[in-house]
Ligand binder design. Sequence first.
Ligand SMILES: [Zn+2]
Length: 504
Amino acid sequence: MTTPTRPPALPRVAVCGISLEASTFSPALTTAAMLAPRRGREVLDAWDFWRPGGSLADRAQWIGILQARSIAGGAIPADDHALLKAEILAGLVAAVAEAPLDGVVLDIHGAASVVGLDDMEGDLAVAVRAVVGPDCLISSGMDLHGNVSRTLAGTVDLLTTYRTAPHVDWQETKERAARNLLDRLALPPGRRRPAKAWVPVPILLPGEMTSTRQEPATSLYARVPEIEALDGILDAGIWIGYPWADEPRNCAVVMVVGDDAGLATKEAAALARELWARREEFGFVAPTGTLAEVLARAVAAPTGPFVISDSGDNPTAGGAGDVTWTLAALLASEELAASGKRAIYASIPDAPAALAAAEVGVGADVRLTLGARIDPRPAPPVQVSGRVVAVVPSEDNVEVVVRTPAVDVVVTRRRRPYHLESDFTRLGLDPRTADIVVVKIGYLEPELFDLAADWMLALTPGGVDQHLSRLGHRRVRRPMFPLDDVSSVDPVADAVLFPGDTGG
Ligand SMILES: [Zn+2]
């Protein structure tokens, strides 16, 4: 055994990446501008742990290259992606020209899509590797809704992922990825790379069925830190994956990394088999129904507010946001009109309509044609006649409320989520006294959950349809649970061990 010796100088570690969750079933696009790239020092300012005074700030010479990030959406246009990728690679080339890099933190989500390109993250990792060379260690802290292709697993040396959904551990995961990298760089060359056991498991499920706040995810994810604590193991993870993209890589993945390749292989296979054995236990976090069923329940509810998740077009999962299916049904509902109840609908993004309503102002009566500009597939644009009762401009948006006999319709210039009580009250709407509140969301964020007298998840159409079999996946591996008969599937048949520096 050799004695570990610290490198004489601080390791040089570059930070770069593209972080996006993108539905390929949505016609929406996510441009380079929407990804708001940070450059240089701004990249480092995004996380506390390597900012001056942060826990890892003094352990490396951190070099910010470019990191781009957006809320979920559609795929990145090919040209926009090419520009971002080229700038990342050029930045790395310039850094390497000064002195070799010891490490790279590849800051990715894992579910980005690019028009005409499969496996954005695997492609980027391979390109980064070509610049930084074989001796540099690459580490990634990912979202558990991201995908780990064989290429990504083989190219990135250290992979870790969130262990909670909703993701309360996102910052600690990003920090763990950086800290694991520094800990391995403190070892002598030739002992730094751990072995990686990668097991793709043919399961494709929406996040609304796999929250770690309920079984079986709670106990499956509780196994992760137990495995991580074993001698010879460095990290473990379950990527439940992203179901709203149609690429060969989309499925769940279990990985265990460590110096004990045999133990990593055994533990990864065992955890993958546990995940597989419990696949039928995954269920929605709330009662579900068709929109008609859910609306009937809401109208009949004895107390309000009854919150309805309009889930198929949830913008924070990748929906276009302007699907009109649910709003059209609300406006046309004779049950709702006859009940005397009132609903809030949040929201429909439509820039021309929002700007036109803002222009005529509060108190004016308007007739607007709304939505279905980006995603017209489920339903055409909807006609709304009513009075403008609020106009709220902000730095990058304009929000308008149009009051119709039974529905207060929120119209925005840009797509945005409505997750907080204040998102409503700042528009003069009180979700607590409303009878029915309809939100483009999947599982309710905590504030909405707390104020709801009752809630249901409506299985509505859109780019992030929860009814996966309606989407028509063509390119994912088959058979795939729950799309196919999987009775003869061996869940660890495609497991791969990538050996580390210490061999088997
Ligand atoms: Zn996620």
